[in-house]
Design a protein around this ligand. Structure first.
Ligand code: TYD
Length: 207
C-alpha cells in the first residue's frame, strides 16, 4: 500500500478524537492529503453495525456477539474505506482499530487474545497499522476529565472496574508490540500532546 495507516487507541475520554482533530487541522494547513475515520463505523454499513453495538438498550448482547460485530464492522470499513484510501497514497488516521478489540473484548471481557486474534485475522487478513498511538491516561483521570460516563452508551456504562481492565490490556499490548504501539502521555495540555504526536509522526517518516 502506498499510504500510511495510523491508529489511535486509549480509554474512554483519553482525548483521541480531539487529538485526531488537531492533527488533521495541522495537516490541512500543510496540504497533506489524509482521511480521518473511526471504528466501529467509518462507512455506512459499519455505522449501522455501530448503532447496534453501542445501543444502551441492547443489554442482552453476549460477549461473543459483541466481539464478532466489532470484527464485522472492521472488515467492511477496511475494505470499503481504509484500503482504497491507502492505495490512493493517503495518510489514514483511524480512531480505534483491532487493539480496541484486544483490550476490551479480549482482555476486559475475558474472551482471550487468541479468539480475538482469530476472528480479526479473518476480518482484516492481518492488516496492521504502520503506527498505533496509545493515549496513555488512566480511566479514573479520563472519566474525571470528561465528567463521567455517557448514559446511552452500552460500553461506557460498564463501570470503572471494567475500564481499569481495558487500561491494563492496553499496557500489556504496548509492552508486547513496542515497535508499533507508542505510548503518548496525555495528562497535560491538549496542545502539548498534539505537538508530541506531530513530532513523533515526523520522526517516524509518516508525515
Ligand atoms: P466511541 O463513542 O467511539 O468511544 P470513544 O470516543 O471512547 O472511542 O465508542 C466506541 C466504543 O466501542 C468504545 O467504548 C470502545 C468500544 N470498542 C470495543 O469495545 N472494541 C472495539 O474493537 C472497538 C473498535 C471499540
Amino acid at each position: 500500500m502506498k499510504g500510511k495507516f495510523v491508529t489511535f487507541e486509549g480509554c474512554e475520554g483519553s482525548g483521541k478524537s480531539t487529538q485526531i482533530r488537531l492533527l488533521s487541522e495541522r495537516l490541512k494547513t500543510e496540504g497533506v492529503p489524509h482521511m480521518v475515520t473511526r471504528e466501529p463505523g467509518g462507512s455506512d454499513i459499519a455505522e449501522q453495525i455501530r448503532a447496534v453495538i453501542l445501543n444502551g438498550k441492547n443489554s442482552a448482547m453476549c460477549d461473543e456477539c459483541e466481539a464478532l460485530l466489532y470484527a464485522a464492522a472492521r472488515a467492511q470499513h477496511l475494505r470499503e474505506k481504509v484500503q482504497p484510501a491507502l492505495r490512493a497514497g493517503m495518510l489514514v488516521l483511524c480512531d480505534r482499530y483491532v487493539d480496541s478489540s484486544l483490550a476490551y473484548q479480549g482482555y476486559a471481557r475475558g474472551l482471550g487474545a487468541d479468539f480475538i486474534a482469530d476472528i480479526n485475522g479473518f476480518a482484516m487478513r492481518d492488516f496492521t497499522p504502520d503506527v498505533t498511538l496509545f493515549l496513555d491516561i488512566s480511566p479514573e483521570a479520563a472519566f474525571r476529565r470528561k465528567h463521567g460516563a455517557d448514559e446511552d452508551d452500552r460500553m461506557e456504562q460498564l463501570g470503572l472496574d471494567f475500564h481499569r481492565k481495558v487500561y491494563q490490556g492496553y499496557l500489556k499490548l504496548a509492552a508486547s508490540y513496542p515497535e508499533r504501539i507508542v505510548k503518548v502521555e496525555c495528562g497535560g495540555s491538549k496542545f502539548r500532546t498534539a505537538e508530541g504526536i506531530y513530532s513523533l509522526l515526523k520522526r517516524r517518516g509518516i508525515i
